[in-house]
Design a protein around this ligand. Sequence first.
Ligand code: BG6
Length: 510
Amino acid sequence: MFTVSQRLASIDVTLLQFIGAIMGATPEPFDLVLFGGTGDLAMRKLLPALYRRHCAGQLPPDGRIIATGRSEMTTPAFLSRVEEHFAETLSDEEFNSPDREDFTQRLSYQQVDASDVIGFDALGTALAGREQVTRVFYLAVAPQHFVTICQQLHAHDLVSANARVVLEKPLGHDLASAQRISEQIGEIFDEDAIYRIDHYLGKETVQNLIALRFGNMLFEPLWRREWVRDVQISVSEQVGVEGRAGFYDRTGALRDMVQNHLLQLLCIIAMEPPASIEANAVRDEKLKVLRALLPLSGQEALRNTVRGQYRAGAIEGAPVVGYQEEDGIERQSRTETFVAIRAELENWRWAGVPFYLRTGKRLQERSAEIIVNFRDVPHSIFDRTYSTGHPNRLVIKLQPDEGVRLHMLAKSPGDRMQLRPVSLDLDFAEAFQQRPADAYERLLMDVLRGRLTLFMRRDELYAAWRWIEPILEAWQESGEPPKPYTAGTWGPAASSALLGRENANWHEEA
Ligand code: BG6
């Protein structure tokens, strides 16, 4: 039997653990080696993310960041590049913070060229004597360098017992290349030391979706085929290829966005409640979703997918060129910049429910959202005008604003029984009055703390490729070019028709 004070003490400990888990404990001392340290990702996302966590007091005093790049450069020269980028990326308040000086003390630069095997000895010298601290190798470089870098790290005896490697996407071009990369890296790093980053999983609303589904009783009974009519996952971008023409033209929207980001969102939406938030418990459930995806190949793939490519048009009034006119893109390129898919899951919870996935560049708006459309009432007792359509939809908005909105019908004031759609809004910015952490802030801290829950496991990666590959093959075999769409629209008309078949529409409300 517990006494009251024992009970209180145990509650305190649980509460502290809970708060610790939410706030995140300060990680152990670390050395973070950033390959691609002068690249776009490092400058625009990774270093600002680390700086913000530094300002929040979450980095231990003994935490060093060693940026590496192929160019020969001194640390002061590197620091002035960082400063230039920070001036562009950070708010004035962040940029002028006295913490910036402190942060730069953590940074140094080291020339390392994986292809010519230059600089690994010097890197070894920089890391020497610190085998006990967490050692992170973050590979923000093109994937063709992943294996060579890992092999060189191993050959130079730099993979200490506490070492982790972070891999940026794309992880392969198809299943075979993903397997090749994973197997070769797997010879050097244990699976638990490999962090495959998908920055969509670090987005605040995605984690909120986990909280919404598994922290509340409300939705769970409704979260199934009996109550859900369809689910839409839509990520639309206004940007074009953004100076990454070579990469994008070889990749296309299916590989660039669907294989990873959209399928990961689908997993979070569709998975069964995991037994805990522990990494493998969550990843096991996500894997089951990927394995339950109804395979799409041949004619079925063509019938259930739409590929598009943008032509010249305008984004918010400003003219933009078509994809084939972009610098560095093949004039006759058949790479898709838009894709829409009708997917289905073969399991008890979701059989028959369409999961519509859509993503594209140069679309009308920048927006990422997940829509759960609930079924209509079986019989309406109200005036027909108000009872058609699908009154209940849950809109989970990832960007540009973050929030959750539940649409329903309510009576409008007055003496008549008139129903009108209204929504219950949860605007995170308003509710928490706190800047939501950028995806990379969260994920980098998870790497430093050794938490794998939000990172993809090897079998998930393979399962995603297994589903994607037959679609790519079907497109290839059909010989059809992608359907053109005007920049600044919502993609090819066939994308609306894909849903129109089932009397559904894309949710396109601002
Ligand atoms: C990246 C893709 O993974 O995600 C880019 O390679 C895309 O093509 C980007 O623009 C979108 O990320 P976000 O966070 O801006 O939606």
